[in-house]
Design a protein around this ligand. Structure first.
Ligand SMILES: [Fe+2]
Ligand SMILES: [Fe+2]
Length: 275
């Protein structure tokens, strides 16, 4: 595991009060898999990144809840903003399921180490569980879970795959994991703290997987492609910061979301750890 990956895991551990076990063998296995690079070089052509959910929903304060995909949100009218939060989180978590399924297919097609494919399969199962958990919280708060309508996946270049992983995995999903860590400590109810604690453990593993895939993918790309990854990553961090300018939702403290200054510090830590 590279130094920055260890650093990132330490940031996560600190964010969740040191309760995350960074020696979890799954974490180490996943990240170390990136070291076992085979000699094959996949195509490094440019391509359109079809990443980024177009839901018209402001997720700045509460994160995307997983890997975003192109699609739209189908959300019934909710009785209050907290129910809407859980309803939307249900859809975001559910949208991560096909995202990880696609990741498995692409990793296999590009002859990635089997450990990465297995970790993506496990992540898919995690996201199913997260969607169910958020769905149950939606109903518990009187809401109706939202659905995500996912655009059909198109075949894309290896570079497009790598850029999506860098943006969606190493920035947005990793930031979502940090938020979950914070929520595991700061949510008002013990039941909610337990819920976010369980999700945080999985999401940290997903962030470690994103870093491992990133390292494996970068070794197969040329300098100009790596430049484009850097540009896309910088834009993703800027987007996270921009969204924090919007007012925090009224239920932020109930679900343990960090105040904007803490969120900004978490983003800065993440940027430093992944840079
Ligand atoms: Fe998730
Ligand atoms: Fe995830």
């Amino acid at each position: 595991m590279r130094t920055h990956q260890r650093l990132l895991l330490c940031v996560f551990a600190a964010a969740c009060g040191g309760r995350i076990d960074t020696s979890d063998p799954d974490l180490i296995d996943t990240a170390d898999a990136a070291v076992a690079i085979d000699g094959a070089r996949a195509d490094g052509n440019g391509g359109v990144v079809d990443s980024g959910v177009d839901t018209g929903v402001d997720t700045g304060h509460y994160g995307p809840g997983g890997r975003r995909v192109v699609g739209s949100l189908v959300c019934a009218k909710q009785p209050h903003p907290l129910a809407k939060y859980f309803a939307e989180m249900t859809a975001f978590e559910a949208a991560s399921v096909p995202a990880f399924r696609r990741m498995q297919r692409e990793l296999t097609a590009h002859r990635a180490p089997r450990a990465l494919v297995r970790a993506a399969a496990r992540s898919e199962r995690d996201e199913i569980r997260h969607a169910r958990t958020m769905s149950s919280w939606t109903r518990r708060t009187g809401g109706t879970p939202a659905r995500a309508r996912i655009a059909r996946f198109r075949k894309r270049s290896f570079e497009a795959f790598a850029i999506e992983n860098a943006v969606e995995g190493c920035v947005f999903e990793a930031y979502g994991a940090l938020l979950n860590c914070h929520q595991a400590r700061a949510a008002r109810s013990p039941a909610l703290r337990k819920t976010f604690g369980a999700i945080a453990r999985d999401e940290i593993r997903h962030a470690a997987l994103a870093l491992a895939v990133d390292e494996w993918a970068r070794a197969r790309l040329d300098a100009s492609a790596l430049d484009r990854i850097r540009t896309a990553t910088a834009a993703a961090f800027a987007k996270l910061e921009d969204e924090l300018e919007k007012p925090a939702p009224a239920f932020a403290r109930d679900v343990g979301l960090p105040p904007p200054q803490v969120a900004r510090a978490l983003i800065a830590e993440l940027r430093a750890a992944t840079g």
